[in-house]
Design a protein. Sequence first.
Length: 184
Amino acid sequence: MAAPPAGERSPDVNTVAWFEHVLVPDCTPALRRYVRRLLPGDEHRADDIVQETLLRAWRNVAVLAEARSPQAWLSRVARNLVIDWVRRHAARPHEVDEDLWAVEQPADERYDTALDRAVLVGALQRLPPIQREILILVHYQDRTHTDVASALGVPAGTVKSRVHYATRELRRVLGDAGVTGLRF
């Protein structure tokens, strides 16, 4: 790495050029490897720490330009940022997965869900058995048309056709029951 230009405390044109064209390209790869070793398995957090380290370097470019070893300065700042993040993360409660919110619905939503399910089950029971079976296999068991075709011993095109006609019939049955605003 080329020596930084000596100068005043405030960054001059040479110091800025040194930062942009020498320090960042020369030090960033090693800094990134160092931080990724400190935070194994969390590459995004490591990249955030590297970015914050370079931002602090930019804010202190005059001090950094006079440092004996800019790489050591950057590594120390990055290490301190990692330590701060680990302490902050350990002090906070663990974040909850979003799927938990789906389990704990408010009572009125659970009621609506149960009511919707009862209406849908009643409508499915009014369909012919072949149409009911194809809708259950494709939509509720989330199986592909190819899987359903091999399970039933029919071509995949037949499965697609049956799904189409079964969906159309289910819409008609639900419409007769007064259900509106269907989105399937």
